[in-house]
Design a binder for this molecule. Structure first.
Ligand SMILES: [Zn+2]
Length: 456
């Protein structure tokens, strides 16, 4: 039988049920449907062949297994529908482990009802939106009926696998050998061209199941709703990999991501591992960009000693604008006039932040007429500029083509939030961390580690 015979056979089959006025979409669906069961049988045949050829060896240590059951049946839902196959089950005399060597060879999870490709579909769709909303799209695109609860469970399973990979990186980052391995996985730079690695950090919050319905009540009592948790988030990229689109929009060709709700220490370790993968050790210069939050600078001092630090320019301007409103009234011409030179100094003068600081101090010392509140506002902002003056080298940054704002991390956070903060949605600790890990692995372009078939 030649390819042409197959084509003719499929053509006839697909054409049979098609009305004369069928559009192209219907034709595509008809070809899919006409070949579905044949494809299913082929997958089934290939799977059985691998199971039959599979050596009865322990997947852990390679010893020959003592067979317990021969030809035990397993049913798996594949991209083309459910298949059944038989494979052997045995115990390793050396390590005592029971296993199905064929399942391991096939890359099948022990208990998962779905094939790797179906698991991938579940994981991808569930990352885009909750399974309840995506099940219908899965049916549209694949013809597969997958219950939302199954989709959710399969995505969660992949999330657990993503967590394990993440933990592995973190563990590697704690030994010199592992650090070297992570560093070696960084994309090579151009020889003789030193590059800057930028790390942007921020946080957003996620709500978890237990607080649902209690949040408003707690807030009314002036209590912090306990079940809102910070998701610490970072993005890491090289300045030499930042370009612009044809329309002039800045884009970063390769970026690393970190997101966790497991606390600052976990975040710090994950960020360090990811930074190693993105060239931390090869970088000539490391720059940390963020808003003014104290924990970020503590983390920077602790884990990225020697890195330059920069406060997001927009946040600094916000501080000045708030002060202008306190001194001259919100939205007034006087406030705008007062703030304009300070804003300009920040980006146009070499020591612009110091000049702003001196200006504010001079104002405090000269003005007798300030109300108590205004004086407090002035003191507050003097304190702010004092603390961060060394993180405001905007003029130099612009000259070097470095970012002055933390826009990259802000857009990263809003992307995560679009999925993790849907109206009426709540998460459990274990569940949200697994999905965060899955989402992050996907963003980090390491999807193939979960789905090796994705490499082809
Ligand atoms: Zn063994």
């Amino acid at each position: 039988m030649t390819d042409a015979d197959v084509v003719e056979w499929l053509y006839e089959r697909a054409a049979v049920g098609l009305p004369a006025d069928a559009d192209m979409g219907r034709m595509e669906k008809a070809v899919e449907a006409a070949s579905l069961d044949v494809r299913r049988q082929v997958v089934e045949g290939l799977v059985q062949r691998t199971a039959d050829r599979c050596a009865a060896a322990c997947p852990g240590c390679g010893r020959r297994l003592l067979m317990h059951v021969r030809g035990r049946r397993r049913r798996v839902v594949t991209r083309c529908g459910p298949i059944r196959f038989r494979r052997d089950y045995g115990r390793c005399p050396a390590c005592g482990r029971y296993s199905y060597p064929a399942d391991v060879a096939l890359g099948l999870h022990e208990r998962a009802p779905a094939s790797p490709v179906v698991q991938e579909i579940c994981a991808l769709e569930t990352l885009a939106a909750p399974a309840g909303r995506k099940a219908r799209d899965v049916r549209r695109l694949t013809g597969l009926e997958i219950d939302p609860s199954v989709m959710h469970r399969e995505a969660r399973r992949q999330g657990e696998a993503a967590l394990a990979l993440r933990d592995k990186d973190v563990a590697m980052a704690q030994t010199p050998k592992g650090v070297a391995e992570l560093a070696a996985s960084a994309a090579p730079g151009l020889p003789g061209e030193p590059f800057t690695l930028v790390i942007e950090i921020d946080a957003w919050n996620i709500r978890e199941r237990d607080a649902w319905g209690r949040t408003a009540k707690l807030a009314a009592r002036g209590e912090k709703p306990e079940r809102w948790h910070w998701v610490y988030t970072a993005t890491v990229f090289r300045l030499d990999q930042r370009g612009t689109t044809a329309s002039g929009r800045p884009v970063i060709s390769e970026r690393g991501y970190v997101a966790t709700r497991k606390g600052l220490d976990a975040f710090k370790q994950q960020l360090y591992a990811e930074a190693l993968r993105r060239g931390l050790l090869q970088a000539a210069h490391v720059l940390i960009l963020a808003d003014g939050a104290v924990w970020i600078w503590d983390l920077a001092e602790d884990r990225f000693k020697g890195a330059s630090q920069r406060v997001d320019l927009y946040h600094v301007e916000q501080h000045l604008c708030t002060l202008a409103a306190d001194l001259h009234g919100g939205g007034t011409e006087a406030a705008r006039e007062w703030v304009a030179p300070y804003r300009a100094w920040l980006t146009s003068r070499k020591d612009g932040a110091l000049d702003v600081l001196r200006g504010l101090e001079g104002l405090r010392d000269a003005a007798q007429t300030l109300a108590t509140q205004q004086r407090a506002a002035l003191d507050r902002e003097i304190g702010y500029f004092n603390k961060h003056k060394g993180r405001m080298d905007y003029k130099n940054a612009k000259k070097l083509g470095q970012p002055v704002g933390s826009g990259a991390i802000e857009s990263t956070c809003s992307q995560y939030q679009r999925r993790f903060k849907l109206t009426g949605q709540f998460w459990s600790l274990a569940g949200d961390e697994a999905f965060l890990a899955l989402d992050t692995l996907h963003r980090n372009e390491r999807w193939h580690l979960l789905f090796p078939h994705d490499c082809d």
